[in-house]
Design a protein around this ligand. Sequence first.
Ligand code: ZN
Length: 121
Amino acid sequence: MNIPTVELEDEALKVHCPACGALICTPESCDPCPHVLFMYDDMVGDFHFIQPRLASVVDESKKAAQDEDFDALKVLIAVLDSPSMLCFGVTTTGMACVSISVTNYIGIEFDDRRLLDNERR
Ligand SMILES: [Zn+2]
């Protein structure tokens, strides 16, 4: 799985939704717009935001897999299988006592109809 990634210094972090332009991430907080399907933190190894309907999909897959190396991000992208979804990574490096590098993977659905379809399921 090859996900395009940009690298930013922590202070420069400002991510806008590519579908509607809403500011979704700053160094202080993340505020997902309706296009954001998930935000996955690779350091924690978990989603810090996921749409509720997708959380249940991940939970079910995790139970079925019973695997220590379960890769929730990979599974979710495979399950979504949406041609109008974009997943990208934002690596931020903070300059605290030690340099800490964290990558957040963000999934964006561009097709509003898909968002509505999925909500009806
Ligand atoms: Zn948006």
